[in-house]
Ligand binder design. Structure first.
Ligand code: ZN
Length: 213
């Protein structure tokens, strides 16, 4: 892995918002332009599926394809700007202690689970359901779910283009920090998956902090 890591200078005690998101649970919040959000992988190896929507118009939302193509990268990391489907910068990753985060492998769903792991997994909670629950608070639904960022998920892309979800490399306390460049709604699924190694087969809590500047 050649990616760089950048630590934040911000102190926990100066955050204006500080919550623990329990294992398997969703979270959402408004991040205003100039504010920044830190997502902390408290115990390590925990995938955090994340979406961004413009707070002014939710039809403008994070676009993985534009984000990767515009910056000529396959991953999200320190310095990555997060682009919308209208080609505008929504936010930027300003600190990252891991190095690389996936935005190609999508979110787990009950339907995908049955294809990958067998029909007995159909009734297991999945990220898609977390997103549906959380988006409903803002008048959005399944059709509003687009390709997401998977913070802390380790997805090597092989030379032939094939993806693999393998053991996460994040350690307890690793984090990403994202500065909003427009008012954005951030929607998170703290991934409940237990059928592949994206959460070390053991979903764990995360911590979300917001600073005003
Ligand atoms: Zn998931």
């Amino acid at each position: 892995m050649t990616a760089t890591t950048i630590r934040s200078m911000r102190d926990f005690t100066s955050a204006s918002y500080d919550r623990i998101v329990p294992a398997r649970q969703p979270w959402s919040g408004l991040i205003r332009k100039g504010q920044c959000i830190r997502i902390v992988d408290l115990e390590g190896q925990q995938a955090v599926d994340t979406l961004f929507y413009s707070a002014a118009d939710s039809a403008e939302r994070y676009c993985a394809q534009t984000t990767l193509a515009t910056q000529g990268t396959a991953y999200i990391g320190a310095g990555t700007r997060l682009y919308s489907n209208r080609g505008r910068v929504m936010a930027a990753v300003i600190a990252d202690t891991v190095g690389e985060h996936d935005t190609s492998a999508g979110a787990c769903s009950r339907e995908a689970n049955t294809v990958r792991f067998g029909h007995q997994t159909r009734y297991m909670h999945a990220c898609r359901e977390n997103f549906v629950i959380e988006l409903a608070k803002y008048g959005m639904a399944k059709r509003d779910i687009v390709s997401n960022i998977n913070f802390f998920m380790n997805v090597p892309i092989r030379p032939d283009g094939e993806l693999a979800i393998v053991d996460g490399v994040s350690k307890p306390g690793d984090y990403v920090e994202i500065a909003a460049e427009m008012d954005v709604l951030c929607v998170i699924s703290n991934c409940p998956q237990v059928n592949n190694p994206c959460n070390g087969f053991n979903p764990t809590p995360i911590r979300v902090l917001i600073w005003d500047k």
